[in-house]
Write a protein that binds this ligand. Sequence first.
Ligand SMILES: *Cc1c(COP(=O)(O)O)cnc(C)c1O
Length: 368
Amino acid sequence: MALSSKLKQLFSTSPKKNNWPGLIEAYKPWLPVTKKTPIITLHEGATPLIEVKSISKRIGKGVQVYVKYDGLNPTGSFKDRGMTMAISKAKEDGCEAVICASTGNTSASAAAYASKGGMRAFVIIPDGYVAQGKLAQALVYGAEVLAIKGNFDKALDIVQELSEKYPITLVNSVNPFRLQGQKTAAFEIIENLGCAPDWLCIPMGNAGNISAYWMGFQEYFIAKKSRKLPRMMGFQAIGSAPLVKGHTVANPETIATAIRIGNPVNKEKAMIAKSSSNGKFSSVTDSEIINAYKILGREEGIFCEPASAASIAGLLQLKEEVPKDSKIVCVLTGNGLKDPDCAISNNDSVFHSGVEANITEITKTMGL
Ligand SMILES: *Cc1c(COP(=O)(O)O)cnc(C)c1O
């Protein structure tokens, strides 16, 4: 074949992903937008669903496990799905500033979309408990960052009060447009898998995402785009597990800072998702989280945040309960690059530092 026709062939079949317009454009009929809504997008969504055989093998019984790798969104977490909606609607309302409390990813996402939409972003974070990558993003995207001497729950109380007193839009997951955007991840899973999975495993912090997925799965079920509904399996870190314990946790602690939340704002919605899907909530230890985090990195080439690994840790914990031949999707909510400190102190790799720059020394170190 001549080179020119080969090239022509290549370019005539450009994959869908290259033309992906972002999730509002892609799922317009399912979202509360009108012709007047200015769409503020960074082309979020359309993240890959990847089969993870190393996990399927550990479960056995013919089970197929997939991950929804939402850490591949523009700012590296699923928060972008909700933020494109929240910021577009804020813009439609003529709002000039947004505010959020954040364990890190909401602030990174709010800052990016506010910047794209020409708005100011104020972010309130717990001092010392936000992963480096997330803080770096908020600063680079031009947010005004206030690190408070208090945890996430305190920060959320403050931003709720501020947004009532001043003309600043709150973009935490109490903002209903966040969940509307986030439900599109359920649509994508059904489209990729051909049906809903048997189980959806997901980490829970404020429990907005599990509520959004449940809404998405139900909408596709009602519209007959899916024949079944998944069991919603939600996981929290053991030191930060209000939804498992059934009461608020005053001083939540976990290595998974994205889910270090003691008083989830979406608890009622999450409890409904659990009971109406015959789901289950469970807690995992930090060491179970790190074990899952390492398996994904070493055996799958997937680098996620510790909080995201809670979905895999939870699935491994409930291994005996997994029905045979089932299809399971675990949501990987954020990108591993967000938290380099955790990565560097939690891996089993060999790192030789200070090696002399000559072949003899290097081959000796390599054991050749
Ligand atoms: C926000 C976040 C969560 C928790 O999501 P909720 O909707 O608050 O339950 C989990 N993982 C990561 C990486 C997050 O950024």
